[in-house]
Design a protein around this ligand. Sequence first.
Ligand code: AMP
Ligand code: ZN
Length: 663
Amino acid sequence: MEIEQKIQELRKELQEHNYKYYVLDKPEISDYEFDMKLRELQELEEKHPEFQDENSPTRRVGGAVTKNFETVVHDHRMYSLSNSYSKEELEDWETRIRKIVEGKVEYVCELKYDGASISLTYENGELVRAVTRGDGFQGDDVTNNVRTIRSVPLKLKGDYPDRFDIRGEIILPYEGFAKMNAERVDLGEEPYANPRNTASGSLKLQDSAEVARRPLECLLYSLAGVTNIPTQFEGLEKAREWGFKVPPESELKSSINEVLDYINYWDQHRHDLPYETDGVVVKVNSVQQQEELGHTAKSPRWAMAYKFKAEQESTKLEKITYQVGRTGAITPVANLEPVQLAGTTVKRASLHNADQIEKLDVREGDIVFVEKGGEIIPKIVGVDFTKRDPDSEPTQYLTNCPECGTELVRNEGEALHYCPNTNGCPPQITGRIQHYISRKAMDIEGLGGETVALLVNAGLINNYADLYTLKKEDILPLERMAEKSAENLINGIEKSKEIPFERVLFALGIRYVGETVAKKLAKHFKSIEALMAASEEELINLDEIGERIAWSVKDFFSNEENRENVQRLKEYGVQMEISAEKLANQTDILSGNTFVISGVFEKVSRNELKKLIEDNGGKVASSISSKTNYLVAGDNMGPSKLAKAEKLGTTIISEDDFLKMLE
Ligand code: AMP
Ligand code: ZN
């Protein structure tokens, strides 16, 4: 009882801090404190799977994998919106309303959030389902993924109705989007085109842990199935009280003129918002009037979207320059004559790759059209051919690396060019070491990106293996390097030898091997030798490892210098295999417990599962009896086993629950 209470208290506390951080943007405790509490809860839940709860704050990190998204029929249809583009169209709309309803009409103005629509169902204050809009009648159940979005409350506060739906938009704010893209470019991958598509694509990812890593948000705008709230505006206020993120920009207006002022204001100021909006949605405030107005076949008559015009400017393209990333990927950049666009001065725009340049036929000296879409970096959408210099020549894409002069290569089917001089090209050398030490990789304390550049420039290091040969005396003469910081640096490097293999693998900077892929490879091959010895075919046969990754892994290890670096890292004591402890896991954590295994598992085979139980002091039985403590249930578990377990009150746990018990 005491433990259950402790678990409940921690959940409540974490839920409240989560709300303050993600919904109100007003954190009260540090990230560290939050993590500590979360970890405490995690440990308790692992020890006591009997108190598990789908809506526990620990579920935010994801982990559930959805292979097929189930189709769900919406309780309340999700309509589209009619669009308008001018003052006149809005006034016409008002005239139509006046013909149907009598008396005073008030309007709620809201921003039109540009993302993916979602319908959330809550029962007794708990999130039970999240469904995409689909065709408006039915959509896909994406609950596992939506649960990871921190601004979606898993449990509500206050006087919420027993059961209701709430609609909103899943969006990706600019900042998070830019960060995700920077990481992708770093990995040598194509950046995502815009936040909206990335947000809606995220909802359909199979691995919810990947969704959890994306900085998505959910902004809510309307209730469905609630009968006792008379106006849209009060609905928004109530939703806010229950813990939802309802943007504060929504306002109540008493005439179409006021509505137009709101629209003009936001047309000017929309770029100050942290996320993308493509218009304003105007809604009749009174629910009773809404009912009188009703719907057309596709959209409510009581609501109207007003779409902003995309902002575009023309300016001169002065020069195309090229940047070299850590993996050698080349990105072309348009350097523009500065122009004012959406409230900022634009000097550079992205040109993506050679195909894009060819498709648009952009040339230096052209007058080009620049648009600011979802991206922070504006893009070139076309050329003003009427203003082209008749002597201009088509753009010849760069042939040699701007940094080291090596001839660029482009692999078949790939959009980007690369500088293949991996170990001799300065930005690649520095970039790779910077990646190696970064937080998600080796997380070397006391060493930052700038210091890496200093060390490289001073000739002290030329690759990440060299880090481990650094001595305090070598680095003290460097600029701004005090005794203490030198010590910290050396200690930080020493400590990185404890970083587990999967992160080392990520740190090596193999193109296309991001965190998730590194984890998969580490788990499967268990050691660097085994990975190096794997054939391309063997790699491709792994779940989620495609030809591109397989080729890239082989390519990396076929390079003499890379192999040498790996060998050196190993000699210095960096983890090049899954730790023996983790492998053998000879503990007595499970002693005194008897397990029954049933069904098929995803992460380990039945035999491995058996071995894990026995290695950790537990017993495996073949049938359920009153002595069974846990039934580990996989897919397609036999119905008779399940019935028996239920009858005897045996604790049923999933594969994940079980693996967590071992951690
Ligand atoms: P459309 O997709 O053009 O038919 O526009 C309708 C969509 O706009 C809805 O499905 C919502 O996903 C989205 N939307 C964004 N913001 C709002 C808002 N404040 N109120 C209603 N719908 C919104
Ligand atoms: Zn180069």
